[in-house]
Design a protein around this ligand. Structure first.
Ligand SMILES: [Zn+2]
Ligand SMILES: [Zn+2]
Length: 282
């Protein structure tokens, strides 16, 4: 892999994994996205898609130094962590980031709750890797070293969630899930964070018809995602966190409508990869 910035989707679904055959084209794993910036590997969320990612990283010898950026602790974003192969390697260091600080919540506690009897047979002490927890306040910015600049913001979601933006060698990537837009007008703070991004992965759980009945559920429609991308002048939008009710036929319709509304927009699929900042490949 020679691209400066490259992304691969390992889990694109929200809520719960959907292994059913009618979900096979878009994929049924929950949220997990790999971002490679030169020699660095960043992982966004630890949904069920992080299991195949972990196997791939170990096979490539790339799993020894990782940053795992967690949007929030809902179980569809953490459920894969106990199956993440690099976490069981003594020679690995994983920095776990989350924008919880100030809300008296800590990622370490959430992981311990997830991995406890009777819910799970092993505890986090079973991990052999060095896990470094980096709880911060959503809105903070960080120099991650090696030319990576990280900026964050709060998302509107039950219990809160964090939006991430990474800039590296003139290219930029955003990961904004889970988020409920307040209406048709995008949140100015998110427009500012997304300004000019090459690629924005964005919560588009619902159709415009569905979102009206789901106020307070913490998610947006593809039309609200498109409005955010348009307001921020984003290069390409990747619709993400697909609702478990949307099988492949539904996703084909959603993707076509969104791409008609904003050319270049696509619905992310498990296994899909692309170079960021390169010309669209269709
Ligand atoms: Zn979710
Ligand atoms: Zn959530």
């Amino acid at each position: 892999m020679t691209a400066d910035m490259w992304v691969k989707f390992w889990g694109v679904r929200g809520g719960i994994p959907c292994p059913d055959p009618e979900y096979a084209r878009y994929g049924g794993n929950t949220a997990c996205v790999e971002l490679r910036c030169g020699a660095r590997t960043l992982v966004f969320d630890a949904g069920s898609g992080i299991r195949p990612l972990g196997r791939s990283l170990v096979a490539e010898g790339r799993g020894r130094d990782l940053d795992l950026l967690v949007s929030h602790c809902h179980v569809d974003h953490l459920i894969g962590l106990p199956f993440f192969a690099p976490a069981f390697r003594k020679d690995a260091t994983i920095r776990l980031w989350t924008g919880h600080r100030g809300r008296d919540e800590h990622l370490h506690d959430a992981v311990a709750q997830l991995m406890t009897r009777p819910l799970f047979p092993i505890t986090p002490e079973t991990f052999a890797a060095t896990l470094v927890y980096r709880d911060f306040r959503a809105g903070d910015a960080f120099d991650m070293g090696d030319g990576l600049a990280l900026r964050t913001a709060s998302l509107n979601h039950p219990g809160g969630a964090t939006a991430y933006r990474v800039d590296f060698r003139g290219r930029s990537f955003g990961y904004f899930t889970d988020h409920e837009a307040a209406g048709d007008a995008p949140d100015p703070a998110l427009v500012a964070l997304a300004r000019g991004l090459d690629l924005l992965v964005v919560d588009a759980s619902y159709t415009p018809a569905e979102v009206a009945d789901r106020r307070g559920w913490g998610h947006s429609s593809w039309a609200q995602a498109v409005a955010l991308g348009e307001a921020a002048g984003v290069g390409r939008l990747a619709l993400f966190h697909h609702d478990p009710c949307h099988d492949d036929d539904a996703m084909v319709r959603i993707e076509a409508e969104a791409a008609a509304a904003r050319p270049g927009t696509f619905a992310a699929r498990d296994g899909q990869s692309l170079e960021i900042g390169a010309a669209p490949s269709g």
